[in-house]
Design a protein around this ligand. Sequence first.
Ligand code: ZN
Length: 108
Amino acid sequence: MKVIVAKYLTPVGFRAITLFPFVIIRSKEALLDPHLLTHERIHIHQQRELLVVFFYVWYILEFLIRWLLLRDRKAAYRALSFEREAYTNENDPHYLKRRSLYSFLSYF
Ligand SMILES: [Zn+2]
């Protein structure tokens, strides 16, 4: 995982974004947040499993479907299988050691 600190490359309202193989973080202070780094590391694994491009296709399609169903952009984002896996496990620094392939499917 290669971390880049770049305030203006991070979407407004977010502290970081993962664009394989890079994690772009809004501020140097965010580098000190182990939960954020674990969260983004989980996205790196998800992206690698889906050969990166399929991750983004799936992410966007799932987001649009959930947005239509929930009619709330933030709720749709939080309901994404990729995000649910990352948010659920970001507080566990050992999660990636025992994570099995395609674990995000269990959060679908
Ligand atoms: Zn995320």
